[in-house]
Design a protein around this ligand. Sequence first.
Ligand SMILES: Nc1ncnc2c1ncn2[C@@H]1O[C@H](COP(=O)(O)OP(=O)(O)OP(=O)(O)O)[C@@H](O)[C@H]1O
Ligand SMILES: [Mg+2]
Length: 289
Amino acid sequence: MVPAYAQQAMQSAAAMVNDPVNLQGLLEKIEEIPFRPLADAHLIDPTRPSEPPSEEFRTLRTRLNHMQTLSPIHSIVVTSPSPAEGKSFTAVNLALAQSHLAGNLALLGDFDFRRPIVHTLFQVDRSPGITDFLLGRAELHEIIKKIAGTNLYIMPAGEAVLNPLELLNLREVKSMVDRLPSVFNWVILDTPPLLFAADANLLSTMCHGTLLVVRIGTTTIDSVTRAMQSLCENNVLGISVNGARRGELYSRYAYYHSYYDSAEAKAREDGEADAEAMRVAGPPREKPV
Ligand SMILES: Nc1ncnc2c1ncn2[C@@H]1O[C@H](COP(=O)(O)OP(=O)(O)OP(=O)(O)O)[C@@H](O)[C@H]1O
Ligand SMILES: [Mg+2]
């Protein structure tokens, strides 16, 4: 009879051989692609660091990186209560902002299998992507692309599936989310809206933290309350307010003042209100719109 410890060793050896989340030599096998974003993708531009929303995403990055020094937070779900509130806008720009720091590898995964957009923003194929990997049709290194000249890696959603939630329940998803942070300092998941599908909620139970996006003029206090309730015990790191007017932020939040002081920023502030502005805060006490 085979002793229990030997059985266990054989099982883990077999698991290693069959393990689809194989991180061995992963980075060397990943294909590099040029940075060729869609014209109106609203991506931050590292060559114009003082332009909004670059400044705001750097603030968000700083706050999250500070949290990371206090506890091991490496995987983060970006979600919002409802559609079109800026989840993808936030996830992509946060990943970009992280990747601008030397040696800070950031992986952006499009876990919104219902309305994926990362492949469109970076003008790459949707497939092979995450769903293809989960269905055993592609290997991990085949679904990740490195954006040339940056520390950013992207993982498109993959072929459309009829059963996104079923797929997200596969143990490979948990295994991916658990283990990718050993290669990437930040694993950022773009996800569907909380109140329209259970996907983001499920993913947030697997990740170290969740960032809730709300959009000024769109998100209602009721939907924020319901979204926060649905996340219950999950680790909500903060709320990112999207679409605030610059003047509004400059007059209200001290940490924008250094930028406000620059002549260029002042001139811009006097002009048309910008579309983008972000901040991270605790759960809202007042109506966010
Ligand atoms: N602050 C902003 N300034 C300008 N455009 C923005 C801003 N936030 C989002 N958008 C634009 O609004 C649209 C919806 O944003 P986005 O795709 O990020 O929303 P979403 O919450 O991911 O939507 P979905 O629920 O469909 O996944 C996009 O065209 C995006 O470029
Ligand atoms: Mg989206």
